[in-house]
Write a protein that binds this ligand. Structure first.
Ligand SMILES: [Zn+2]
Length: 467
């Protein structure tokens, strides 16, 4: 073995120590060799192309190792992205409460620390500012790391805390990467989540576009709305003001979130709560727990309320957002509802007593499908109804001409007419009843086509493009 220790055949302490010492010596020798080779490379002139490719590293190999590490990190991130879209394995769809305390001021120690000690299962987020952590005007780095080790989230609140509603895109572009790198370098894990200092309106797209480049999500204040309704705007999520709202107002917000199964994110500032008393937060947490609404830190909550797909700008019509809870916005947005159809004559509308009178509609993006079911017994039919037959009450205005067949019972359509159609013109929200057949011009079904003493049935659907 040359210079290294000879290992005996006994598997005892001496054997183990010698083995470990040998590994250490081998490692030291490898490092020494690497340095020797590096020094050799540095001492000898390299082609300018190689020097250019080093990009600040002493030797090209170090640069390539760094690139490998960056690629590995990117690969992990994209795997996480896929995992996020496949999350929520329990299909939990209820309300969630997330609490974010901004600024990590020293008052956190007297306001939030005792609450968290008394409620060890409650995990919150703390939005931290690089400058303030470094100059001692907020919690220290070691305090933040301790909170993180206890399961709390540490989110990015920028490097300089310049208000988001007045910061220039250039300053935001200069600030965000500095804050992110500082968090990475110091082991603070929530660097993919930005909390806008001062909040941001959803329409301030110029700043959202900078956040979009650097963060997975960005959280605003009430200026983006009280609730984080899914599918959320990844780069401007609404958050209710826990400092300003009274306990009763906050309880009402929890009730609303619970009834509508939505995400309630609470903003607090320890230095503001201090003057109001931290009892409000203790009472708030107790109330949320009483309502069986889970309190989750942001990183956990996005697995249930975040997005699987976020394409384009949320406030623009030509965007597509799909939440992991299957909510969607944009091209695939789906809505359903009901409507009440009325059978009328164009000359005299008539007032009927309906045996069945119902309508459903489904909207998928700009496609609307509306069904109707009308049944009027002969005793319920207003015999004064006169003129062309129409069905009114469609909840949307069609932008395209639509024709589809429908079910009816007995009508005197006339010679060569074989069927009737539910017709929608454009733009219009009225269904006209047409009769059509072989060798005859399509024309309106008239009230006089209903035989005397006959019940009336019309069942069908129209499908149109709406604006
Ligand atoms: Zn702040």
């Amino acid at each position: 073995m040359g210079k290294y220790r000879v290992l005996g055949s006994f598997l005892d302490r001496i054997y183990r120590n010698n083995l470990n010492d040998n590994f250490n010596d081998v490692d030291a020798d490898i490092q020494a060799q690497k340095k020797r080779v590096d020094d050799l490379i540095i001492a000898n002139p390299s082609p300018s192309e190689v020097q250019d490719a080093r990009l600040g590293f002493p030797v090209l190999r170090d640069k390539l190792v760094d690139v490998d590490a960056q690629l590995a990190e990117k690969a992990t991130k994209s795997e996480e992205g896929i995992r996020t879209s496949q999350s929520n394995p329990t299909n939990f769809s209820g309300a969630i409460v997330t609490i974010i305390d901004d600024d990590a001021r020293p008052d956190f120690r007297t306001v939030w620390k005792p609450i968290l000690t008394d409620n060890p299962s409650v995990k919150i987020d703390i939005a931290v500012v690089k400058d303030w952590t470094e100059n001692g005007s907020s919690l220290s780095l070691s305090e933040l790391l301790e909170l993180q080790n206890q399961g709390h989230g540490i989110l990015c609140h920028t490097a300089h805390h310049e208000a988001s509603y007045s910061i220039t895109p250039e300053n935001a572009e200069a600030d965000y990467p500095v804050a992110i790198n500082w968090m990475k370098d110091n082991g603070l894990k929530g660097y993919e989540y930005l909390v806008y200092p001062g909040g941001l309106s959803k329409s301030t797209v110029s700043i959202k576009n900078i956040a979009r480049k650097h963060f997975k999500y960005a959280i605003s204040t009430e200026s983006a709305g009280d609730y984080a309704v899914t599918p959320v705007d990844n780069w401007c999520i609404g958050r209710i003001n826990g400092d300003a709202k009274t306990l009763d107002e906050l309880k009402a917000a929890v009730d609303y979130a619970k009834a509508n199964k939505i995400w309630l994110i609470l903003m607090t500032h320890s230095h503001v709560l201090l003057s109001a008393g931290s009892q409000k937060m203790r009472d708030f947490i107790a109330y949320v727990q009483l309502q069986n609404v889970p309190i989750m830190k942001f990183e956990e909550a996005v697995k249930y309320k975040g997005n699987a797909v976020a394409l384009g700008e949320h406030t623009a019509e030509n965007s597509l957002f799909i939440g992991v809870d299957s909510s969607s916005k944009g091209l695939l947005k789906q809505e359903i509802g009901t409507w009440t159809p009325s059978l009328i004559g164009l000359t005299t509308a008539g007032t009927h007593t309906y045996s069945t009178r119902k309508g459903d509609w489904m909207k998928i993006g700009k496609l609307m499908i509306a069904t109707f079911d009308i049944n009027i017994a002969s005793s319920g039919l207003d015999a004064t109804m006169a003129g062309s037959l129409r069905i009114t009450g469609l909840p949307f205005t069609s932008q395209t001409i639509s024709r589809s067949s429908l079910e009816y019972n007995i009508l005197n359509l006339g010679t060569n007419f074989t069927s009737i159609l539910a017709a929608v013109n454009a733009p219009d929200n009225v269904i006209r009843l047409f009769k059509t057949g072989n060798g005859v011009a399509t024309t309106f079904v008239n009230a006089s086509d209903i035989p005397a003493g006959q019940s009336v049935i019309f069942r069908g659907q129209v499908m149109c493009h709406i604006s």
